[in-house]
Design a protein around this ligand. Structure first.
Ligand SMILES: C[S@@+](CC[C@H](N)C(=O)[O-])C[C@H]1O[C@@H](n2cnc3c(N)ncnc32)[C@H](O)[C@@H]1O
Length: 172
């Protein structure tokens, strides 16, 4: 998974462009490739995943940043992140939204976590996406996000399938 999805994880960080002043919430980081990439750019990164195995892999990959306190890992979900209201600047999630049991609730939770003016970038394997990208955009708007954009992206990795990606904002 770390190798197969690495290009998409890096691409999503590049689309979101977190700055060194910003706090990033990574939802479902899995083995932590995108989490580590975000940690190279942002002030603070929080990773939430319900799998202890995945959190352990993140902790190994980002050992120095965890030790320094710039990366914090939490056993939590997209539906219940445990972060304070309006406390993060950027939300990232790659190949995780098809696993959310309550997608509408998760989108509302991620909107709650973002500060006004903050942004969210999600990516999903097109073949795994449980809804079409236009329906996903409507669900994202229903959760309170604005300026929702979706597109299809082809990872440069051999044999990788297309990804549906989404960027949305919490209104100022
Ligand atoms: C297919 S992996 C993708 C990991 C990584 N982002 C990547 O693309 O390589 C899906 C990840 O989402 C996590 N996950 C499952 N249900 C979740 C939920 N409700 N909220 C957040 N993460 C979840 C899994 O534990 C796993 O780490």
């Amino acid at each position: 998974m770390a190798r197969g999805n690495a290009a998409t994880e890096h691409h999503v960080v590049e689309v979101a462009k977190p700055t060194e002043q910003e706090c990033v919430l990574v939802v479902g980081p899995g083995p932590g490739v995108g989490l580590a990439a975000a940690a190279e750019r942002a002030r603070h990164v929080i990773g939430v995943d319900p799998s202890q195995e995945m959190l352990d892999l993140c902790a190994q990959r980002c050992a120095d940043a965890v030790e320094a306190g710039t990366v914090v890992l939490r056993h939590a979900t997209a539906e219940h992140t445990g972060v304070d209201d309006e406390s993060v600047d950027v939300v990232l999630g790659v190949n995780t939204l098809h696993l959310w049991e309550d997608r509408a609730g998760a989108l509302r939770e991620l909107h709650r976590a973002l500060r006004p003016g903050g942004r969210m970038v999600l990516s999903a394997h097109e073949k795994w996406l449980p809804v079409g990208r236009h329906a996903l955009a409507r669900e994202t708007e229903a959760a309170g996000f604005t300026d929702v954009q979706t597109w299809v992206w082809q990872p440069p990795t051999p044999f990788a399938g297309r990804a549906v990606q989404l960027r949305a904002w919490r209104q100022h």
